[in-house]
Design a protein around this ligand. Structure first.
Ligand SMILES: [Zn+2]
Length: 232
């Protein structure tokens, strides 16, 4: 097998593993002379060229046993076009202590990313607002004012970034006043907003959960030690 030794992070359990047999398999389907044919990835990679080809990949996680299925276009028309069959996107599966409405907006922003980057940016903006409201328990207001309410709890850089994301999300949500002004958002730009939400989930919710757990564990260890001391 050639060039498949790269690492892959399972979207179901976040464990990183190497894409190699028996956890990886790929087949290339192509049309040749009016006939549908298939070839192994190895065979196909040997400088063979066809008009249209589709590579189907199976990635089975050795940790949780779930399989990721993806396709990659290899021909002229589908060149490098990536499609996620299962799961629908590479959105991370975040823990259940993160509110489901936030996880849902995040997952939908990922699912719609290539179809409509504008709609994706709008969903990302909504997920971000959901987090600000839930995590910091702000008084519901406009997002602009909500960000102001938490400015003492975040760094100036984060505040600036949240306001930038707010404005980018607005492009997706509202028609510009001048309808001749069409501001486009690219897939890559919308994906950055998704990454920002992953950053906030990690730095706010997961960070708080992990430190709460550690603090409690240490207090429990001490409680047990003191109880044992009394018994002796
Ligand atoms: Zn897994």
């Amino acid at each position: 097998m050639t060039n498949i030794s790269n690492a892959f992070t399972c979207p179901f359990c976040n464990v990183t593993y190497k894409l190699e047999e028996p956890n990886y398999g790929a087949l290339v389907l192509y049309f040749d002379g009016g006939e549908l044919k298939s070839a192994s990835e190895y065979w196909y990679s040997r400088d063979v060229n066809f008009d249209d080809a589709l590579k189907v990949m199976f990635k089975k996680c050795p940790s949780c046993n779930k399989t990721v299925i993806e396709t990659l276009g290899k021909g002229d028309q589908l060149k490098d076009e990536f499609t996620h069959i299962h799961p629908k996107s590479l959105a991370k599966q975040f823990p259940e202590y993160i509110p489901s409405s936030i996880r849902q907006d995040y997952e939908e922003a990922y699912a719609i990313l290539h179809l409509s980057p504008k709609a994706s940016a709008t969903l990302s903006r909504r997920a971000m607002q959901g987090m600000i409201r839930d995590f910091f328990e702000v008084k519901p207001d406009t997002l602009y004012k909500e960000i102001d309410q938490i400015e003492n709890q975040i760094s100036p850089t984060v505040k600036k970034t949240l306001n930038a994301a707010r404005k980018i999300g607005n492009i997706g949500a509202h028609m510009e006043n001048d309808i001749n002004t069409i501001v486009e958002i690219s897939d890559g730009e919308a994906e950055k907003l998704i990454k920002l939400n992953e950053y906030l989930i990690k730095n706010w919710y997961i960070e708080r959960h992990d430190s709460d757990t550690l603090m409690k564990e240490i207090q429990d260890i001490n409680t047990n030690k003191q109880d044992n001391k009394k018994k002796h």
